[in-house]
Ligand binder design. Structure first.
Ligand SMILES: [Fe+2]
Ligand SMILES: [Fe+2]
Length: 181
């Protein structure tokens, strides 16, 4: 497997771990328990920062090459590209709702539940299709020069939580991940 695909798969594992944390806070919201909205907000700030600005654009580049090399990939690659835009929109909206909750705004439990569940299910489904179809398909179709270009695009970004340096604004989030809660 190319190093690019290995990194993208690691990103998926990281995102899945964050969605697990998000879902466990969502369970608390559902049950009327005290949820950690700051943690939920931080998870969504991360999602709109790294996955939306690094992971997904790198995949878009990879999927464009995949379509060029394999015309049967067009439909799926097109769908995944549109889903990236949908995820970015839903993610921004959820991040903004959670930031308002943390700031003390009155937002219905139902709105928080619906937006969080939609986002989590959408991203999990999207990653599953990539893991099962788009990554293996790209792995078979792309050539060495494609991987070099994609690797340089990937190298322009540093993950602010799971990368070599944990950025200040994500210290609390990082601590929650290490604790597993
Ligand atoms: Fe994706
Ligand atoms: Fe992905």
């Amino acid at each position: 497997m190319s190093q690019v695909l290995q990194q993208l798969a690691r990103d998926h594992a990281n995102m899945a771990a964050l969605l697990d944390l998000l879902d466990s806070e969502l369970d608390k919201v559902r049950q009327g328990e005290v949820a950690d909205f700051e943690l939920m907000r931080d998870i969504m700030v991360y999602m709109t920062r790294y996955p939306d600005h690094a992971h997904h654009p790198v995949e878009d580049l990879m999927f464009r090459r995949w379509m060029e090399r394999d015309e049967n990939a067009r439909a799926l690659a097109g769908t995944l590209g549109r889903e990236h835009r949908g995820l970015a929109e839903k993610g921004e909206a959820l991040a903004s709702v959670l930031a308002r909750v943390v700031d003390g705004a009155m937002i219905s439990r139902e709105e928080i539940e619906t937006r969080t569940r939609d986002y989590s299910e959408f991203l999990r489904y999207h990653m599953k299709i990539e893991d099962e179809q788009a990554f293996p398909g790209s792995g078979r179709a792309l050539r060495a020069e494609d991987w070099e270009d994609i690797a340089s695009a990937l190298a322009e970004h540093e993950d602010p939580v799971f990368g070599p340096v944990v950025r200040d604004e994500f210290r609390e989030l990082f601590a929650s991940i290490t604790r597993g809660s």
